[in-house]
Design a protein around this ligand. Structure first.
Ligand SMILES: [Zn+2]
Length: 123
């Protein structure tokens, strides 16, 4: 385990304890009702809240740009058939689910990156 993962794990164990008050409050509030039903309601409320907290805890930070490389592409800029590249993800740019990905040859992808940088689309 890396230090970063250990920190995340400890924070997650602390976060898990935060669901205790919700469980306790709902159990107290609905005392007298069936324990299983009350626990299901308490876990439902906890799930509504902690889905968002857990999303933040398990978010993956992209520090380096992610590229896809593919053979025998038709360059979207010059039409050359060759090995092609496309930028998939940076800190502020996300084309992971691009339905019509554009690949470019080495020269044209350099040009495209320059253009995207100048326009402020990618940092
Ligand atoms: Zn090209």
């Amino acid at each position: 385990m890396t230090m970063q993962l250990i920190k995340k794990y400890l924070f997650y164990l602390f976060r898990w304890q935060l669901s205790t008050p919700i469980l306790a409050i709902v159990l107290w509030w609905l005392r007298g009702y069936n324990g299983i039903i009350v626990t299901i309601i308490a876990n439902f409320i906890g799930g509504l809240i902690f889905f968002w907290v857990d999303r933040i805890i398990f978010r993956v930070e992209f520090t380096n740009p992610l590229w896809e490389i593919r053979n025998n592409i038709v360059c979207a800029s010059c039409g050359k058939v060759c090995e092609g590249y496309r930028l998939v993800k940076t800190k502020n740019y996300d084309r992971i689910n691009d339905k019509h990905p554009e690949f470019r040859c080495t020269e044209c992808s350099k040009e495209k990156i320059k253009e995207l940088s100048e326009r402020g689309v990618i940092i």
